[in-house]
Design a protein around this ligand. Structure first.
Ligand code: GLY
Length: 363
């Protein structure tokens, strides 16, 4: 088992990465100073894959378990579903020391965390992320949220969990497309913070693509380590943490322009990283050829490198409504080299339009 400590003073916690760890979820949860009554939140997929095993393990160590099963997909990340979970918690008699445990991907974690942050003004929160994307990104750092009809993640909080348990074996259950989407966030860490990691990802795409458990455990732990270091320095997302949004400015716009159906979040990020790499070249921050390096890395994991048919004006319009804007200016996260990123403001839209051609026009 590898343990990564997230040092945040009184809100510090461990991320335990352990292949097969899900089988011991009861012992793991029982080690926290919580009451033995737990609301486990899963979606239909994770409930049927892991719900029974998790509930049995928790019951074995004395927990009374209430399992709440959400509909699958982003639609569950709503105030209406939060309300359903509040009702389950009240009816089950959860008091302030009873934990809420998220068993699933990013949607489950974000919603369960939001409910944990607000039910009785905050109850203990335990995270057991089961997708690659949630293991390397959304389960680390305490961002919890629900969507609003006017935008994604607009209602939320920073609410750190008591602990995170990651079992890379859960990755074996992911559809190919979802695994690749998670790899987009893995690639992101290399591009913004670790050139050597980029080289490993490029050289070992085939074996990583086979989801070798030992290698996946190392990769997930390395990404959590990188994210934890950033979160420790900027928990509230006021400076350095924004670098984690590399690829997300264009990525969110691409997801929105595809009606959140054509592209997954990870695919949007992969395409967004290509746009940002091109913009970094146009800004003279990186040598020519960086765009091709990013494209090759993305393609090596079966992620899209083109989004033909989307309209650049539409994309720029969606970027204008991105919540990461700063007044009327858009903040872009650009590369300052392979393995280095920086925040750049005030880029004119003509240059953004030119960068977008990297994913819109076949050369
Ligand atoms: N997903 C970016 C962050 O947690 O800040």
């Amino acid at each position: 088992m590898e343990t990564i400590r997230v040092n945040l003073g009184s809100r510090s916690y461990n991320i335990d990465v352990q292949a097969g760890g899900l089988a011991n979820i009861g012992d793991w949860a029982a080690a926290f100073p919580v009451e033995k009554k737990v609301l486990v939140v899963a979606d239909e997929n994770t409930a049927s894959l892991f719900g029974e095993q998790a509930a049995a393990s928790l019951q074995q160590v004395g927990f009374t378990v209430t399992l709440a099963v959400l509909p699958p997909g982003e639609v569950a990340k709503s105030l209406a579903q939060a309300d359903v979970l509040y009702a389950r918690a009240i009816v089950a008699g959860l008091d302030r020391n009873c934990p809420i445990l998220a068993l699933g991907g990013g949607v489950v974690g974000d919603l369960a965390g939001f409910v944990a942050a607000t039910y009785l003004r905050g109850v203990p929160f335990l995270q057991v992320p089961t997708t690659l994307l949630s293991q390397v990104d959304s389960s680390v750092g305490g961002k919890v949220a629900v969507n609003h009809p006017l935008g994604k993640n607009l209602i939320g909080a920073f609410y750190q969990p008591l602990g995170v348990l990651i079992d890379p074996q859960t990755l074996l259950t992911l559809p190919e497309r979802e695994f690749a989407s998670g790899m987009a966030e893995v690639i992101k860490y290399g591009l913004i913070a670790d050139a050597e990691f980029c080289r490993v990802l490029a050289a070992q795409a085939e074996v990583i693509g086979r989801r070798d458990l030992q290698q996946m455990a190392q990769i997930v732990a390395h990404c959590c380590q990188m994210k934890a270091a950033v979160v420790e320095r900027d928990e509230q997302d006021l400076g350095e943490r924004m670098l984690l949004n590399f690829g997300h400015t264009a990525g969110h716009a691409i997801e929105a322009a595809g009606n959140f159906e054509r592209f997954t979040h990870g695919e949007g990020v992969a395409l967004g990283m290509i746009v940002a790499a091109r913009l970094s070249e146009l800004q003279g921050l990186v040598p020519a050829g960086t765009l091709q390096t990013v494209r090759d890395l993305v393609a090596a994991y079966g992620l899209p490198t083109m989004a033909t048919g989307l309209n650049p004006a539409d994309l720029i319009g969606f970027m204008g409504s991105d919540k990461k804007r700063e007044g009327s200016r858009l903040r872009w996260i650009l590369l300052a080299g392979l393995g280095q990123a920086k925040i750049q403001s005030g880029i004119n839209s003509n240059q953004v339009e030119e960068a977008l051609q990297a994913i819109l026009t076949v050369e």
